[in-house]
Structures are given as C-alpha cells and as structure tokens.
Design a protein around this ligand. Structure first.
Ligand code: SF4
Length: 88
C-alpha cells in the first residue's frame, strides 16, 4: 500500500517536472489570469508563453485537465476550446 502510494507520488512528480521550467514562474502570476475582457493583459501573457521552453507540455496539461481559466500554453480559454473541438 505505502509502496503504491510512493510510486504514484513519484509518477506525479515526474509528470509535472516541466513546471520547474515554466517562464511564468518568473513573472507576476496574475498576468495569466486576466480579468474578463482584458485582452491586452492576456496578450502580454501569451507573449511570454511564446518564449517558454515548456509551452507544449503546458498546453497538453491544460487540455487534458480542461482548465477553464487563464492562459495556458499561449492560448486562452476560447482558443483551447476551439482546439479541443477541432481535434475531436
Ligand atoms: S507556456 Fe505555460 S508554463 Fe510557459 S509561460 Fe505560458 S503558461 Fe507558463
């Protein structure tokens, strides 16, 4: 039982290792959660994402988790929904 739990925790840590390289960890995190309609703020976050080395991993996580808020992998919610819909 304890061995299974430790293995699960190790798997989770490995799956989320990309977070250590996230550029947004070096910038005000509020930038990635723009108030409704604040396109300028969202665009500033997306500009940072374009240079992030783990953009693909971030976007994959957000799509898998169906994140409903914020900018992930350089895409806002509407863009992620469109991507999921087009991929279906
Ligand atoms: S791509 Fe993801 S991890 Fe990278 S800066 Fe953007 S939100 Fe952060």
């Amino acid at each position: 039982m304890l061995t299974d739990l430790l293995a699960t925790l190790a798997d989770l840590a490995a799956e989320n290792a990309w977070i250590d390289q996230a550029l947004c960890g070096q910038v005000d995190p509020d930038l990635w959660y723009p108030e409704d309609g604040n396109a300028a703020q969202a665009e500033r976050a997306k500009q940072v994402c374009r240079h992030c080395p783990v953009r693909a991993e971030c976007l994959a996580y957000a799509l898998d988790a169906c994140e409903e808020h914020g900018v992930w992998g350089g895409l806002g919610l509407k863009e992620r929904r469109r991507l999921r819909r087009d991929a279906a």
